[in-house]
Design a binder for this molecule. Sequence first.
Ligand code: FAD
Ligand code: SF4
Ligand code: SF4
Length: 472
Amino acid sequence: MMALNIPKNKTPIAEQEPEIRNHNFKEVVLGYTLEEAITESNRCLQCLTHPCVAGCPVSIDIPGFILSLRKNDLGESIKILKSYNNLPAVCGRVCPQESQCEGKCTVGLMKDHEPVAIGKLERFVADWAASHEEIEESPQLVESETKGKVAVIGAGPSGLTVAADLAKRGYKVKIFEALHEPGGVLIYGIPEFRLPKTIVKREIRAIEELGVELEKDVVVGKTLTPEELKDEYDAIYIGTGAGTPRFMNIPGTNLNGVYSASEFLTRINLMHAYEFPKYDTPIRIGKRVVVVGAGNVAMDGSRSALRLGAEKSMIIYRRSEKEMPARIEEYHHAMEEGIEFHWLTNPIEYIGDENGNVKSVRCLKMELGEPDASGRRRPVPIEGSEFTIEADTVIEAIGQTSNKVLLSAFPELKLNKRGYIEANSETSATSVEGVYAGGDIVTGAATVILAMGAGKKSAQAIDEYLGSKKKA
Ligand code: FAD
Ligand code: SF4
Ligand code: SF4
């Protein structure tokens, strides 16, 4: 039987060598060749029950796109992918596949076997399609405003998905984005070496070609009111994300050289600080960098610092390696590149020099106690364990929360106890009729594909809502 003969491990993929890539911002993973992709596609068992699909928040027909790839019918393969996912090259790169599609793959459940590399195959097909644009179907053009007008607030993965899906259904959609570039975290948060900006821009261009209009530099709640949108549009979708940083709020936070990860990464990604002075935005690094936190944001911050010339880039985390929230692939890449990890360590003060620049971090050692509300064991300080780490730069990456600009201008919107918009988990409907919300602004900081999944469900719900309104 095929299952007995398949290679145990995923087909290896080319990557830049760690000691080279930790000095440049070029993409780390180089991608499969056609031959390698077909070899990997042959590891898929084409299971009748295809559990991988249930693991994908947008339910991609995974065996279908892999089978077409195996037959070297890449045109069909991209068609299948695009019918479920408007950002396949992005998802193939940044989805936490190990806990989603690949986490459910039958092959991965077999003794000593790795799952099929679904994400890497998705990325391969999407990249192939981008270099063979003539193969892709020409986008469906929206002729008129016949089905209704929808405003989308925020051009992150959630807003882009709902916009694309509604445009495909014949709606006139306009996205309002606060920044001067669309893409949300894909543009301002995730660094170039994990997700090249040309790829994000390419996939956004394809969405605009569906007829979606995009207006940048509009902060809804400031430069445009929700009332103005309600007057002009039949429905509104809010996908404003969770971009406001949380802080440790410990003494010394105001010292020079202490950044939030949001500011640090936005300067690098959106404002191109890594290309200073070609671009106007500088960034100060120094020799020793401490990053607080161990999620994807912390990995991105510490690896960016290394690329910007830090001699030592350290991660300190109050729990242990086991509780670390980062994607496993990013953790491995960070270790290979020389990031130093200090587990069970919590900062309690940043200490400055006479000029107000941070010079060290006072820390406490922790141990793990009983599980807390998150189900993870609670870190407990060890008395008398204080010690100091020298640092020229500190980056706090301990999480984000909702941005209040729009929320305070829209008081009718019901929020939950954590300050996020309350929305129906199936339809994304909010407490205000005709207003929908999804992505991080509803769930709190989560993942690209969950934000996209919410956008997909919401497009369906908005279509049904406007359809029934028309009939009434
Ligand atoms: P966002 O991506 O935050 O987009 C919201 C958009 O709304 C932004 O463009 C913002 O400017 C705009 N906006 C906000 N307020 C207004 C307003 N009032 N008016 C107009 N526009 C507004 N997830 C993964 O799956 N894999 C990863 O590897 C990963 N790495 C990450 C690394 C970093 C550094 C960060 C910060 C997050 C990472 N995530 C990752 C999480 C993921 O990026 C988010 O869950 C996802 O982007 C949420 O999508 P969204 O559309 O809800 O919001
Ligand atoms: Fe897996 Fe993400 Fe692709 Fe879905 S979109 S198949 S979860 S990589
Ligand atoms: Fe293929 Fe794995 Fe999905 Fe089965 S579960 S169809 S082996 S990708």
